[in-house]
Design a binder for this molecule. Structure first.
Ligand code: 4AD
Ligand code: MG
Length: 458
């Protein structure tokens, strides 16, 4: 076996007549009179390779072992495919069975299995069409994100995953401790591993700010954790966030970056994952392709929170949650704005300070902050960001007002004491972006292994 062997993807582009090997997992085997047909896939692309096994090419007992889910290596000749569905197929001459899959117990057999069922076999679902496509798109999108920032001179940074500070000041954090919480004895933070309470990070933003105020433009891309007890289709307890931070940048610059960023990453996925997106367009979300192309080619709408509230109030819709100035926008409001009112992504700015984090730059009106959320049709909030409060006195006042522990933020405040600068950044929920580009309806289905309340299998 050779690590440089070709992927099935490459075989589709090879010239008929070539003698090749094809590795993969069997999707189906169908026997007719003098010939068997095997659909083979190695996950390198959406399409299966059709393998034609003429009578006698493989002995009867070996052929019987080539069932759905089995892992095999075929050898044979690439020939032009008469069916026209694909350019080439493989005329098999031999096979090696690496691993059988007992048809009586292999769980991934039925067509049309529900998403809920597939979540229970998350270790096997990547072999199916839908999840193969999801994870290829996920990989391409991640790469496109790195490319986007790299081309613009942003430095890729790695904020800590374990932290002692609450970046959002919202308290929904997982404790990290070596104390046995089930032992019944009270925990003593001073005797714990870090000598004080520690948590899994909810955002790398505060640390990213320290690096931006030294390297100018930085971004992080890593896992973040929130102990929100939410069972919605848009929330995970462990999700991946992309967080750029720019020094010498205002809210406008931040909005421009967010818009360019989304358009470029979606554009790259459209270019590079055509086969997978075609499948999503046909089977998961009608008009996905036209919607995404539209998003790439038209400007996002920009509104202030106050303008959005006025539109919502005048909408005549019977919302479940009341709309008034000061209210946090609910998913139904975000969807009305993006889907019914505007028909494409919307950037909302200048939210009331009461519903936003302590670090956002305060506006002259004393009521609003320089926040921005990017809302997308179907998804709602996909990006949250802001210009940061760079003035020491304003930041301290807000921390006090919100009852947050001033001492814990000493290093963050130091940034405002020594060489402060206007700066801004945002966080993109990577899984929300993937829901948007694939059309998948539940965030649990765009991450290999979801972590939600009550669920940490695998
Ligand atoms: O709006 P959020 O809470 O913003 C921050 O964490 C900032 N510190 C980011 C920054 O400015 N550097 O979260 C950012 C994004 C949201 O817009 C959403 O897309 C996603 O992260 N997100 C979640 N995704 C999945 N599950 C959850 N529980 C999420 N919570 C937030
Ligand atoms: Mg937010």
């Amino acid at each position: 076996m050779d690590y440089r062997r070709s992927y099935l993807r490459d075989l589709f582009a090879a010239a008929p007549g070539a003698e090749v090997e094809a590795y993969g997992w069997v999707k189906t085997r169908r026997d007719s009179k003098n010939v068997s047909f095997v659909q083979l896939n190695d996950g390198s692309c959406f399409n299966d390779l059709q393998v034609v096994v003429p009578e006698g090419a493989i002995d009867e007992s070996t052929l019987k072992r080539i069932t759905t889910g089995a892992c095999v290596r075929f050898t044979g000749t690439l020939v032009e495919s008469p069916g026209g569905k694909q350019a080439v197929e493989l005329q098999a001459k031999g096979v090696e069975v690496f691993g059988e899959a007992d048809p009586a117990t292999y769980p991934l057999q039925k067509k049309g299995a529900t998403m809920e069922f597939l979540r229970e076999i998350a270790h096997l679902r990547p072999r199916g069409n839908t999840f193969g496509a999801v994870f290829r798109v996920r990989a391409q999108a991640a790469f496109a994100i790195h490319e986007f920032f790299h081309r613009r001179g942003f430095h890729y940074i790695h904020p800590p995953i374990i932290t002692a500070s609450d970046a959002e000041g919202a308290g929904a954090m997982f404790h990290v401790t070596t104390h046995d919480p089930y032992a019944g004895k009270p925990a003593d933070p001073a005797a714990d591993f870090f000598g004080k309470p520690a948590f899994l990070t909810v955002s790398g933003q505060l640390e990213a700010e320290t690096l931006a105020l030294a390297l100018t433009n930085v971004y992080s891309f890593g896992p973040t954790f929130r102990a929100e007890n939410s069972n919605s289709a848009r929330h995970l307890a462990e999700f991946w966030m992309v967080e750029p931070e720019q020094a010498f940048c205002s809210l406008e610059g931040n909005m421009n970056l967010a818009e360019e960023f989304l358009k470029e990453v979606i554009g790259a996925v459209l270019d590079r994952c055509a086969g997978d997106l075609e499948f999503f367009n046909q089977r998961i979300e009608p008009e996905l392709l036209s919607t995404l192309s539209h998003v790439v080619n038209s400007p996002f709408e920009r509104l202030t929170y106050t303008e959005a509230i006025k539109l919502l109030e005048a909408s005549g819709e019977a919302f479940e949650f009341p709309v008034f100035w000061g209210a946090d926008l609910q998913s139904e409001h975000e969807r009305w704005l993006t889907e019914k009112k505007v028909g494409r992504p919307v950037i909302l700015t200048d939210y009331p300070k009461e519903i936003k984090a302590f670090y956002m730059r305060q506006n002259e009106d004393g009521k609003t902050v320089r926040a921005m959320d990017v809302l997308a049709p179907r998804i709602g909030e996909i990006i949250g960001g802001s210009q940061r409060e760079e003035r020491l006195d304003h930041l301290e006042a807000r921390i006090t007002e919100m009852g947050l522990p001033m001492e814990a933020y000493w290093w963050y405040l130091d940034l405002r004491r020594f060489g402060s600068a206007p700066h801004a950044g945002f966080g993109l929920g990577f899984e929300r972006l993937l829901m948007y580009v694939t059309g998948m309806k539940n965030i649990r289905d765009v991450i290999p292994y979801h972590r939600t309340p009550g669920s940490a299998e695998f």
